[in-house]
Design a protein around this ligand. Sequence first.
Ligand code: SF4
Length: 262
Amino acid sequence: MAQRLLFDDLEIGEIAIELDDKEPQEVIAWAIDTFGDRVAVVTALQAEGMVVLDMAYQIKPDIQVITVDTGRLHDATYAFLDQVREAYSQARWRVLFPDGREVEAMVRRHGVNLFYKAVPLRLLCCQIRKVRPLIRALGQLDAWFTGLRREQWASRAAIRKVEIDHDHGGIVKINPLADWTKEEVWDYLRQRNVPYHPLYDQGYTSIGCAPCTRPIRPGEDDRAGRWWWEIGAPKECGIHCPIETGGFEHEAEAILKEAHGI
Ligand code: SF4
């Protein structure tokens, strides 16, 4: 197994200062140069992820690309995934799935649409179907690319272009689009003719699982269509920031015990 390349906060802090006013392509080039095959694009195929994927592909066509099939995606997402895989065919694609035993245990205890019942159950579903598969994959990497932007949500306002990801083993998290606006994202997609998710043309502005995403209404925030029935809960699944008051951890432990008998 390849030697892991780990940085500490101080080293990455200095690099972050250097890269902060650099173009996304320069940030991506630095990461690919630094981490080689140990960095991957992790994307749910939203607009920002497509920009990062397209940029990384120009530099390293065999870049590893990771996405999660939660089992609850829109039909349009499955069709789009096939389209994108064909368009970026040299990339090394990994489609992750949740652990079937964990999903079975969760559904046995709470039903298939548990997310509508309470915020902790929604976070539990995100944990089992999305976060845990990703955590398993991140454990094999030294760094990962995201499409996060600072203006997307309060929890993202302070992200840096490179940072240590303390929630995932201290690997490096690279956010090349941290200072981009939504307009810059869409200008890039149009100018380069990059494929984009078809649901954007139906009023969606942030696209996740089918039962948990709807188009936004005029004047609403771009992430308002995610878990729209919840009031005051973070519009996050838990992969990009720890959910401090999730209230689901105890139940998650019980599910893991039931699923794996440990
Ligand atoms: S977005 Fe909804 S269906 Fe998807 S993992 Fe989270 S709670 Fe479950």
